[in-house]
Structure formats: C-alpha cells, structure tokens
Design a protein around this ligand. Sequence first.
Ligand code: PYC
Length: 436
Amino acid sequence: MGSLGRRLGRGPAKYSAAALVWRGLRGGQWPRIWRDAELKRSYDAVIVGGGVHGLATAYYLARNHGIKDVAVLDKAYLGSGASGRNTAIVRANYLTPEGVAFYDRSLQLYNTMATDLNINVMFSERGHLTLAHNDSSLRTMHWRAEVNKLQGVDSSVIGPDEIKKVAPSLDTSSHPRYPILGALYHPPGGIVRHDAVVWGYARAADCMGVEMHQKTEVLDILCEGGDGTDGKGPGGRVVGVRTSRGDISTPVVVNCTAGWASLISAMAGVRLPITTHPLQAAVTEPVKVFLPTVVVSGSLHVYISQTDRGELVFGAAVDPVATYSIRGSLEFTEELAGHVLELMPGVSRMRLLRQWSGLCDMTPDYSPVMGFTGVDGFLVDVGWGTYGFKAAPVSGEQMAEAVATGRTPELIAPFALSRFDTGELVGEKGAAAVGH
Ligand code: PYC
C-alpha cells in the first residue's frame, strides 16, 4: 500500500500500512481522517454538499488543477445524504451514447480508486443483470446492448439458461407471473462500499489542503448584477455564500447537493426542472453468499445485490409523490417482498433487518444537469435521480475541469441546463435502474 500522505505531501507516515498495523495492535489513538479547520471568510471556491459528488469535485480541483483554497460545506455530516443511503451499484450500460461514454469513464475511475485514494473501497466487479419479462423490455435490452457495444462497453443479451448459470437462485422457469425472458448482462458492473468512497475522497482532499465544514448550512447565495431581486438570476455573478456560521466571499459556488438541489439553486435565482421524491431501500440479515451478481428487474421495480458480509440489499423505484419526507412505509416493504420472492422464491425465510430512504432529484429526461448556469460563477452538478453514486468520480473530475478552465468539458456538454430550452434531451428512462 503506497502512502497517500507521502504522495500528497502531508503527514508522510500517517496512512502507511505499517502505521495502520501498529495502531491496530496498540488498540487506540486513531488520528482524525480529515481536519476540523476554522471556517475562513473567503475561499477561491465553495462547494455546497459534502457527499461523493462534492468531495470528488474538491479532490479533482486540488489534484488535477492545483486549486486547493476550497471549502466543502454540508448542513449535516459528510455522506449524510444520498451518498450514504444508496445501494452502491455501479455500471455503464446506459441507453444513450452520451450516457454510456459518461458512466464508462466513471467505472474506469472506480477501477483505480483504491490505488488512487489509498483506501479499500471494496470495488467488486461482479456483473450486472437487467431482467426482461416482456417483449418490449427485451427489445430495450437489445437496443442498450448494441449502443454499449458500439462504445466498447461489454454488454450482451442472454437467455434464461445462461441467466441461470450467472445467478442460480433466480427462478428462470415459465411458472412465475412474469417469467424471465432474457436479460442484459453487463460484466463490468458491480458494487462499491459507498462510505469508503466518501471517506477516501474526503481524506485525500484534506491532505491537499481542501477544508470540509460539517454542520454548516447554506442559507443564501450572494450575487451581484443579475436581473432578479438581490442581483440574482440571469446576468448576475456570485460573490459569496451566507451560512449558518457567517458570510463567506467567493467567486465560485458549485451546487453538488442531492435532495435540495432546486432549493440551493433558487438561492442564486436559477430555476431547475427537478422534482424531489424519496426512494426506499432495505437490507436483510446476513447469510452465506449465494448471489454472485447484481440483479435488476425493471418490470418488478426491484434491484438486489448481496454484500460481502452476506446481507441482501434491495431497492425499488422512487415513491410516486414529490416530498421531502423520508419516512419508510409498509407498502414499500410488502411490495418489495412480493417482487423479490417472485424472482427468488428460495429467500422466503430471510428476515429484513432495516429499511431507510433518501431523496432523489428527478429531471424530465432522467439525466443529470451539469455545468454552468446563467449566473456567472454558479455551477450545478445536480438532478441525479437514482443514479448519482455511480457517477461521482467522473462528475467530480469533469466539474473540476469546468471550474478550472471556465469551459464545458465534452463529456458533460450533453447534460447542460440549456437542453431544457433547446429540447435536446438525453432520454435515459429506459436505462434508469427500474421503471419510475
Ligand atoms: O441506476 O443502477 C442504477 C440504480 C441502482 C439503484 C438505484 N439506481
């Protein structure tokens, strides 16, 4: 294990393998993995949202562009939003060429993340099966497979016999109400330990001088020159941020929030075409590992993976109403259990241990909104629906490039906010994990 501290020039021995073993054996005195810095009154850039997107943006600003006078602000704790609530699935088998190229770059970055950040993110490239239960979804799977292959991404449609070999616990017989007719098989897909990604980016950014400020709520974005009230809106420029701990001056604010993306953007006078819905998930008790791949069923609105510890992790579609409430519901559990048992009757005696939910910002075309806005210095990396975790590395890399160069990188150009004016949408509904 190389020393991140040595490479990044701070605390040389702090993260070496020898130091970790020594501390483990002595049983105590673990150092903080990021500093608790004083909040300054000015920064070169402020990032709102201390989840994987905000932290990755800060990391790449410092690492790729030498921009280190950066504050990441979060009203709660790092990873407290969608970063710590998602089901940790990664894949690049999207439907549009723009989506495939973008998520493929993210998978490449996930592949080298453990070495880049010197942390075991438990990346498990175990393959990803999207089941088709009717002719129209089978047709979409073929469509996705062809788009993927053209872009060099490994995906193909397989039939029930091969599905049975990949995931023996699935009922591939003709008995179920919705028999499995085929699947899109995507070997490079898998799962990653989401908390480790948060900690890895935070630690690495901290080592380069970025500051993370938790429990620091953004109350307003301060602008000048715009045509709205308080100098906000089109034609304006960012001059600072009002926080629960005082005002900060800065020429650049990047909105990397999920759940509150439209509220934060409205503070700069920028309107987003987003509605916010909760998404519920659940986990079982651990059992011996039997599910070697990720399984998704669009028609049954469910995705399933098994952690290395043996728990089954389940997710579903977003709740049908727009709300900021993240209460769990019995309807979700009932429906989930019914659908899972239809796919895998053998798990009927497993017990659900926990369920939780998080907020998803849905856009009309099921693609994110990234890049510059009509307000100079105000950038957005938002609208991640139910697929934000898998995009964090590439989003951070590309948003950092946009901030540093003042230009929109090619990979994120299709996701500009202006597409909702021009009508050039990037329709990814057919590849959003489950039907919405
Ligand atoms: O888009 O792969 C996906 C996904 C998994 C869980 C929620 N969305």
